[in-house]
Design a protein around this ligand. Structure first.
Ligand SMILES: Cc1cc2nc3c(=O)[nH]c(=O)nc-3n(C[C@H](O)[C@H](O)[C@H](O)COP(=O)(O)O)c2cc1C
Length: 368
């Protein structure tokens, strides 16, 4: 069983990343956190004439920025220095030519190219980069396709709530995007619903971002389908936050196995959580969800029964509905489920692995 977060050929040590903070997150800053993170997004780097000029104007009003005469060379240098994590390069681009040069460097160095469609500083927008790109999706599509032709792992950094992120995510997934890095900015902390909506609509590797300060926040994002979470301000406010998260991560992994298992459907989990639902026997969010996804109650029951049969998961006399395919997450105490698991000689990790496979089976069934 392998529970490490993976995207394409890249495997991350753990599901924590540092997201870009302009003027701060370079390799010498990142290397201080080497063994504590899976990825660090260096930058944001302005890489062409118009965005460099935007950075200069931003710096004039007192904000920190990375400003280099030769940003392409500087990015190579930063990637040579980065140690002990997967580096990402967050770029503000207004032209394809320079972006493709960075794409080639990233491909050569096993780094992630992150297209910044997130920055909303007016100078960057005026330069035709950052958030404005969300409204020019044909450009993003073209850039992603070309970067993929160069063998680069591509991330797109967005802020939720700017455009319809579900249709954007689907379109970019079709163009070949690997990672959607979502600043799920809400009115009171992170908008977890945005992560859930994207998870339910795509297979993209999702990095959930915004207001993550402790492991409870991490679990909220995992439970809606994030594969990884990233932090920016918390790193500056509390430099030991990553050590704290790592301690909790090890305990979490040992207990749960399926590290980003969804929350139960009735608690706001994404569609993967159908693996933990009972048969539809009373009024609850299951009925509405099945209606929304166009799966009849009968087909849902048959899918689970077929999975149990195919995988030799025999009925038992202990659980509420006679088979553990109907049982809830191991985080919820239940002596009947535990008794059935003990009789089957099944550990919690094996149970959660079975549930992970069951969720994939149900979701595959939905697509067919
Ligand atoms: C001072 C500052 C500079 C930032 N610079 C960038 C940047 O260059 N590129 C980018 O994609 N995001 C940038 N961000 C956004 C962060 O990466 C992150 O998405 C945002 O702060 C929300 O995450 P948090 O709640 O963990 O801070 C910046 C944020 C701050 C506070």
């Amino acid at each position: 069983m392998n529970f490490e977060p993976k995207v394409g050929k890249i495997t991350f040590r753990n599901p924590f990343a540092i997201s870009s903070i302009a003027g701060i997150t370079d390799a010498s800053f990142g290397n201080k956190f080497s063994n504590l993170v899976g990825a660090i997004f260096l930058g944001g780097f302005s890489i062409d004439e118009r965005t460099i000029e935007a950075s200069r104007r931003i710096a004039l009003r007192g904000r920190k920025e990375f400003i280099f005469d030769d940003p392409i060379e500087k990015i190579s240098e930063e990637l040579r220095k980065a140690r002990g994590y997967v580096p990402g390069v967050n770029v503000r681009a207004s032209r394809k030519e320079e972006l493709m040069l960075v794409s080639e460097i990233c491909a050569k160095r096993g780094a992630i190219l992150e297209i910044n469609a997130h920055c909303r500083q007016k100078e960057v927008i005026e330069a035709g980069s950052g958030e404005i790109l969300l409204r020019k999706q044909e450009i993003l599509e073209d850039w992603i396709k070309s970067a993929k032709e160069r063998g680069t792992t591509v991330s797109l950094k967005i802020r939720s709530g700017v455009v319809d992120e579900v249709s954007l995510a689907k379109r970019m997934e079709r163009a070949g995007l690997d990672i959607l890095h979502v600043d799920a900015m809400g009115s009171k902390g992170a908008d977890l619903e945005a992560i859930r909506r994207i998870r339910n609509a795509t297979h993209l590797f999702i990095i959930g971002n915004n207001s993550v300060r402790c492991f409870v926040d991490v679990k909220e994002m995992f439970g809606r389908g994030a594969n990884m979470v990233s932090l920016a301000r918390a790193i500056l406010e509390n430099p030991s936050v990553l050590s704290e998260l790592n301690k909790s991560w090890k305990k979490h992994l040992a207990k749960l196995g399926w590290y980003n298992a969804p929350k139960h459907l009735c608690r706001g989990g994404d569609l993967r959580s159908l693996a933990f639902c009972c048969p539809p026997f009373r009024k609850c969010p299951l009925q509405r969800t099945l209606r929304d996804i166009g799966l009849s109650e009968k087909s849902y029951i048959l899918l689970k029964k077929f999975f149990a049969e195919r995988n030799g998961i025999k009925d038992d006399p202990f659980t509420c509905f006679g088979n553990i395919v109907w049982c809830c997450k191991n985080t919820k105490p239940c002596f009947m489920r535990d008794r059935a698991l003990a009789e089957k000689g099944m550990s919690y990790k094996e149970y959660m692995e079975m549930k992970r496979e069951l969720s994939e089976f149900i979701l595959r069934g939905l697509r067919e």
